[in-house]
Design a protein around this ligand. Structure first.
Ligand code: ATP
Ligand code: MG
Length: 173
C-alpha cells in the first residue's frame, strides 16, 4: 500500500527549499511528476529555475504571489492574492496527477495570517492517498507539524553570511 507523506521542512537554518528540490530531483529521476509551487515572489533562484526547465514535462513549477510582498501596504489585496495562490495549490493537490506537490515558503501565508489553517489541514487530510506533499518555510504552525508524517527542523548553527561571506552561485542562487 502506498502512503503519501506530508513532509514539513522548517526552522531558521538553510536547507529547507533545497531539500524540497532534492526530492523533486529524485522523483524526476524515476519519471514521476512533481508540481513545485513557490509562494513568495523572488524566492525561487536562478539556478533551480534553469535546472527545473530541463525537466519540463516532469517538474511543473509555478510562481505565485505576484501581487503580494510582506511589506504590506494593502493588506486586503495581499490576503486576496494569498487566497488565490492557495486556491491554485488546493486544486493541484485535489487533482492528484502528481507524485509530489511542493508548497515552497507556504508557511508564511499561515504565519502572517493570510489564510486560515483549518481549510489547509482539511485539504491535506483529504488529498489523494498516494500523493506526497512537502511544505517549506520558517515558523511552521503547530497544527501543520501535528498533521505531518515527517518534520525536519533546520537548525542554524552557522551561516556564512555571519562571517561576511556573500551569496555565491550554485549555493544560494
Ligand atoms: P535554501 O533555499 O538555501 O535551502 P532555505 O529555504 O532553508 O534555504 P529560506 O528561509 O527560504 O531558507 O531563506 C532563503 C535564503 O535565506 C537563502 O539564501 C538562505 O541561504 C538564507 N538563509 C537561510 N538561513 C539563514 C541563516 N540562518 N542566516 C542567514 N541567511 C540564511
Ligand atoms: Mg526556502
Amino acid at each position: 500500500m502506498k502512503k503519501g507523506l506530508l513532509m514539513v521542512f522548517t526552522g531558521n537554518g538553510k536547507g529547507k527549499t533545497t531539500s524540497a528540490l532534492g526530492l523533486a530531483m529524485r522523483c524526476a529521476g524515476h519519471g514521476l511528476k512533481v508540481c513545485f509551487i513557490q509562494f513568495i515572489k523572488g524566492s525561487w533562484k536562478y539556478g533551480e529555475l534553469e535546472a527545473v526547465k530541463r525537466f519540463s514535462g516532469l517538474i511543473d513549477f509555478h510562481v505565485m504571489g505576484k501581487g503580494f510582498t510582506w511589506k504590506s501596504e494593502d493588506m486586503e489585496k495581499d490576503r486576496a492574492a494569498a487566497r488565490k495562490a492557495w486556491e491554485f495549490a488546493r486544486r493541484v493537490i485535489a487533482d492528484g496527477s502528481h507524485h509530489l506537490v511542493v508548497l515552497d515558503e507556504f508557511t508564511y501565508l499561515l504565519d502572517y495570517g493570510m489564510i486560515e489553517i483549518e481549510p489547509v489541514l482539511e485539504t491535506l487530510a483529504g488529498r489523494p492517498q498516494a500523493l506526497h506533499v512537502a511544505v517549506t518555510g520558517r515558523n511552521a504552525p503547530a497544527g501543520l507539524l501535528e498533521a505531518a508524517d515527517l518534520v525536519t527542523v533546520m537548525k542554524a548553527v552557522k551561516h556564512p553570511l555571519q562571517a561576511g561571506i556573500k551569496a555565491q552561485k550554485g549555493i544560494e542562487f
